[in-house]
Design a protein around this ligand. Structure first.
Ligand code: HGY
Ligand code: MN
Ligand code: MN
Length: 413
């Protein structure tokens, strides 16, 4: 079986971390200068590993094996949240690189065609999983036209700014790949709390976002009596309160919802806000549960609008992501490798975070491996994992990929 090189793995993870580093965290938002610098660095590493590599028209880095025949695809994303941890996405991209190098170094797997990818904008600066959607042909012109970041920068300008506007966009095909593996930090507490070292993902949550716009009347905070007000902020707080009262009655075991972004205009202490915005995001493993939350939110808005003082408009805040199940066949190779390298120290679990594997699974069989996040922290500079778990996870992935290729009759030529 192939053996990974722990020193090389950790060294490349640390080098990637240094591109966009801010203290212990990383700031490498999609299409930023640091993001593109990291993508060029990755492309050079993929080329060194013998792959024919391109950065495509939406910023995906795709390294294709020069060996003929069906292949396996491995990877994750290298863009980060605005306050990103050093491993979210980066772990899976560097694992893919290290697994490819380990397999080439092993006579039994030397000729296996492995393609590597770093997807673009998984973190939804413009559009969640933009790159993986593009690679499977699921990025529509309508989605692109409406895509803008929180500062109002539109996607087309970011593409031009990154020098990608004229680069061809790549597509992956079902015919070429027997499957896709993504390794990722868990980003939650389940593995860490249970003392497990490897997670094999059963399914990935779906997600929807609604943006509520509140249209009221700006006015003086001292002379405008309460009965005369059309206070956009008061309507926002009421809607948020009602969601926090009604959603728990509907929620399933792992349902979550977040109202992490709001805007008040003009955002001044002595002015009754005339305009406000609130973003609601909710997630669950079942489409029907997401429907129930959507209907409840729409009902609350209709009831509040019937009162007529502040007009509320609800629009999709982002492209939805459907819940997905991972492929049993690919999963079985991850489970066997986990049992070999971490007997009794692995578990099956659902993913509360969404991932590119959820998008790719519409086109290819997909499977995910998790390593523990210390304290379950992620999307925060403090995100971290134990070095021994980082090394173990990469070896488990290498074994699983080699076993999957053998089982799928992938030999390369
Ligand atoms: O939000 C997520 O689930 C992912 O980490 N972007
Ligand atoms: Mn991620
Ligand atoms: Mn993330």
């Amino acid at each position: 079986m192939p053996s990974i090189d722990p020193k090389r793995l950790l060294s490349d993870l640390r080098t990637l971390r240094s591109i966009g580093a801010q203290g212990i965290g990383v700031v490498r938002p999609a299409f930023s200068a640091k993001d593109m610098e990291a993508r060029r660095w990755l492309a050079a590493r993929f080329e060194e590993a013998g792959l024919e590599t391109r950065i495509d028209g939406v910023g995906n880095v795709l390294g294709r094996s020069r060996k003929a025949g069906r292949a396996l695809l491995l990877g994750s994303h290298s863009d980060t949240q605005a306050t990103g941890g050093w491993l979210d996405g980066a772990l899976g991209v560097i694992y893919a690189l290290e697994v490819a190098r380990a397999l080439v170094a092993d006579s039994a797997s030397r000729d296996l065609p492995l393609d590597l990818v770093s997807f673009q904008d998984e973190e939804s600066r413009f559009l969640g999983c933009l790159g993986s959607r593009s690679l499977i042909g699921a990025l529509t012109p309508e989605m692109e036209r409406g895509a803008a970041d929180k500062d109002g920068v539109v996607l087309a300008d970011a593409l031009a700014q990154a020098g990608l506007a004229d680069a061809p966009r790549l597509r992956i095909s079902r015919e070429r790949y027997a499957g896709f593996f993504e390794a990722h930090i868990e980003q939650g507490p389940t593995l860490d709390d249970s003392g497990k070292r490897i997670g094999v993902v059963t399914g990935i949550v779906g997600l929807r976002g609604i943006r509520f716009a509140f249209h009221g009347q700006q006015n003086h905070a001292g002379t405008t009596m309460m009965a005369r007000r059309r206070d956009a902020s008061a309507a926002l707080y009421e809607l948020a309160q009602r969601i926090n009262q009604e959603f728990p009655k509907l929620a399933a075991e792992r349902s979550v919802w977040t109202m992490g972004r709001l805007k008040l205009e003009p955002n001044a202490a002595s002015i009754v806000p005339g305009y406000a915005e609130l973003d609601l995001q909710f997630r669950d493993a079942a489409e029907a549960q997401l429907d129930a939350f959507t209907e409840a939110a729409q009902r609350i808005v209709a009831e509040m609008n019937a009162r007529g003082s502040v007009r509320i408009a609800a629009t999709p805040a982002r492209a939805p992501i459907a819940p997905t199940q991972m492929d049993d066949g690919l999963r079985s190779h991850l489970e066997a490798a986990a049992e070999k390298h971490a007997p009794g120290k692995w578990m099956r679990l659902p993913s509360g975070a969404f991932h590119d594997a959820g998008i790719i699974s519409a086109c290819l069989p997909a499977a995910m491996l998790f390593i523990p996040s210390i304290g379950g922290i992620s999307h925060d500079f403090a995100e971290d994992s134990r070095e021994e778990d980082i090394v173990l996870g990469c070896q488990v992935l290498a074994d699983a990929v080699a076993a999957c290729a053998a089982a799928a009759g992938i030999r390369g030529l």
